[in-house]
Design a protein around this ligand. Structure first.
Ligand SMILES: C[S@@+](CC[C@H](N)C(=O)[O-])C[C@H]1O[C@@H](n2cnc3c(N)ncnc32)[C@H](O)[C@@H]1O
Length: 315
């Protein structure tokens, strides 16, 4: 763990470590379970915390024995991941750390954070590793100085923050000139308006985190066997997708039935309990990037909707 480079996210002063705290004048941040905490866990992302601590390994390539996560990461970077060796990478909103695992595998120096206590699941999954620094923080207040990282990775996160633009602005602040920003964002799709997708979400998100987990567990146990029974019938799958509140990945990922079931449990919770959920059009996403100051970027279909690779201007 690198405790040396943190700064106070409010005052931007350097912090020094004393026992189990990071200190600068009046500011004092606890190190709990070996993880510096710049925010409290009782925030809008706590359902994610519960989710990632419940489904710690579900989407890990090392657990599924399938390279789903690695392929997604390679597509996002658009080049072999061996090119990341030795690069200093910030991973924002890391969840249980499935991408952290792959970044470390390819020799990157990784600084990884989440707003929720999912960082504890990441710690369990990826520590000890001398190339990994984990911390709990807010994407809008990152405890690092300007121009620090060679690359910033943010997959599956931006649509769940209060503001995509503020999040992108802060991620760009800590990126070095000529550094690479790799991120994705939900995009508008027909299913939003022709299915019960948003209705289930609006109903389920009203409940407490513990109750949400029970509800999505029950819904998955009810709907998964129906999806599975008709898994080869395209017509019934299209119909089911209109009505059913669960995520079902048969035909998209080549996984055994028990792993399909786990992914359904996890992503049914994920899609129905997020506090913030936003979708963008390609032009809105591109305009935001321009407004933040990016000139060199590409936006393409991938990841959770649109994927983006952008290079920070050198001026
Ligand atoms: C859908 S999960 C994606 C996790 C991981 N990137 C993955 O794809 O497996 C979204 C994550 O973003 C985190 N998140 C939401 N708002 C955040 C914020 N303001 N700062 C940092 N992380 C945030 C959530 O806690 C959650 O773990």
């Amino acid at each position: 763990m690198d405790f040396l480079n943190f700064i106070c996210p409010q005052t931007k002063q350097s912090l020094h470590k004393s026992d189990n705290t990071l200190i600068a004048n009046e500011a004092c941040y606890k190190i709990k379970g070996d993880i510096p905490r710049f925010v409290a866990s009782d925030n809008y992302a706590k359902a994610f915390g519960l989710q990632w601590n419940t489904f710690k390994l579900t989407q890990f390539d090392s657990y599924t024995k399938s390279p789903v996560t690695e392929k997604r990461l390679e597509k996002a970077f658009g080049r072999p991941l061996s090119s990341l060796a030795g690069k200093c990478i910030l991973e924002a909103g890391s969840g249980a750390g499935r991408f952290t695992e792959i970044l470390l595998k390819y020799g990157a120096i990784v600084y990884s954070f989440d707003f929720s206590n999912a960082v504890e699941a990441n710690y369990e999954n990826n520590m000890p590793n001398e190339n990994l620094t984990l911390f709990q923080a807010d994407i809008e207040n990152i405890p690092f100085q300007d121009d620090f990282f060679d690359a910033v990775l943010c997959l599956g996160v931006l649509q769940h923050t209060p503001s995509t633009k503020s999040s992108l602005r802060e991620l760009s602040r800590v990126l070095k000139p000529k550094g690479e920003l790799v991120c994705d964002h939900y995009k508008y799709h027909m299913g939003m308006f022709t299915s019960t997708y948003l209705i289930w979400w609006l109903m389920i998100k009203q409940f407490s985190s513990v109750r949400q987990l029970q509800i999505t567990d029950w819904l998955t146990r009810f709907f998964f066997p129906i999806h599975w029974k008709f898994r080869e019938n395209r017509f019934i799958q299209i119909l089911l997708r209109r009505i059913s509140p669960i995520n079902f990945y048969y035909g998209r990922y080549d996984l055994p039935k028990n792993i399909h079931f786990e992914w359904s449990l996890l992503d049914t919770h994920d899609r129905n309990t997020d506090h913030y959920k936003r979708h963008v059009t390609r032009s809105k996403f591109e305009n935001m990037l321009r407004e933040i100051g990016y000139e060199e970027f590409s936006v393409f279909v991938g990841g959770t909707g649109y994927c983006c690779r952008a290079v920070k201007r050198d001026d």
